[in-house]
Design a protein around this ligand. Sequence first.
Ligand code: NAD
Ligand code: GLY
Length: 363
Amino acid sequence: MSASKHHVTIDLDDRSYDIVIGAELLGNPGTYARLPGGGCAAIVSNDTVAPLFGARLATALRGRYSQVIEINLPDGEAHKDWPTLNRIFDSLLRAGSDRKTTLFALGGGVIGDMTGFAAACYMRGVPYVQVPTTLLAQVDSSVGGKTAINHAMGKNMIGVFNQPLLVVADVDTLTTLPQRELVAGLAEVIKYGPIADDAFFAWLEQNLDALLLRDTQALAHAIRRACEIKARVVSQDERETGLRAILNFGHTFGHAIEAGLGYGSWLHGEAVGCGMVMAADLSVRAGLIEPVYAARIERLVQRAGLPVHAPALGIERYQQLMRVDKKADAGQTRFVLIEAPGRAGLHHVPPDLVADVIRLRTQ
Ligand code: NAD
Ligand code: GLY
C-alpha cells in the first residue's frame, strides 16, 4: 500500500523549510517545484546509492536547473573525512560550478552530513537539499542542519550548523536498504519515545514487527512522528544551547563505541542502540526512572535486533573517549538521561556510576 504525503515544517524564521514524507517523491519533478532552480544542481552521492537513484533524481531536476552534475564519493563512515570532503570541492571546481549551484545530498547520513558541510564552505556558502535514502537519515540526520566530518579523536568533531532548503524523505528508497541498515535506523526512531513521547514509545512496542517488515504505512508514520518531534526541538533550540541535547540520548556511550572500535566497525545506529540501553541503566542508577522502564527500553532495542552489550574497550578508554564528547562541560562528561517516560535532560553523573554501567554492560 502506498503512503500518503505529509509535510513537516522546521520553523526557523527566514531559514524555515519543509520535510516532505511519502512515496514516489524522489523522481517526481513536482517535489522540487518550489526550489529556486536556475543554476547548477550537483548531486552528491556514493558508489552504492548513485546507481540506484542517481539517474531518477537527475532526470527530475533537469527541467529546473541549467546543468546537472553527479559527484560520487566512496561509501562508508570511514570516508567521512577531509580527503573525501575535498573531492566534492574538486569536482565542483572542475565542473565550473558557481555560486548559483545547489547541492543535493542523495544517500544516508554520511552523504548528508558531508554535503551540508561542503555546501556551507563552497564559495562561502551555497544552498543544499537533503534527499535521505536510509531510515536513519530520514528520521534524524537530514533534519536540523547539523553537518560534520569525523576526526580521529572524535565523532563529528569538525562541522557547522547549516540548514537545507528542503528534505525529501521518499519511503520507496527504503526497499533497497540492507536489513542491518534498516535496524540501525530503528535505533534513532526508538530514541524519540523515551526522550519526548511516551505514547510513541508504546506505538513502537506495538508496531515494531511491521517496521521490521518494512510496512510502508508504519514506516511513514514513524518517520513523520520522528520528524515532528525533531522539528519541535530544533525549532526551539537550533544550535543546541540546551533542549536539543536530548536528541543525543544514547550518543555519549554510542560515539565512544564507534570511535573506540574504529569508525565503520559498528554502525552508528547500532552504537546508539546499545548506548541508549546504557544511558537508561545510568538513569536508573541516578535515581531518575524505575528499572522496569529501562527494561522496556532494553527489550525494544533487543527486539529490533540491535546490540544491548557493549564492546570491552576498558573503563578508562570509555571515559577518555567520552571526555571528547561535544556535550562535555569544562572537561566533565554529561549524559542525556531519562527523567520520566517521555522526558529527558542533560546530567552530570558521578564517575563511579558510569563505571558501573560500563563494567556491567560490556561483553
Ligand atoms: P550511511 O550514510 O553510511 O548509509 C548506510 C549504508 O547504506 C551505506 O553503505 C549507504 O551507501 C547505504 N545506502 C543508503 N541508502 C541506501 C538505499 N536506499 N539502498 C541501499 N543502500 C543504501 O549511514 P546512515 O546510518 O544513514 O548515517 C549515519 C551517519 O549519520 C553517521 O555518520 C552519523 O554520525 C550521522 N548522523 C548525523 C546526524 C545529524 O543530525 N546530522 C544525526 C544522526 C546521525
Ligand atoms: N542527531 C542529533 C541532533 O540533530 O541534534
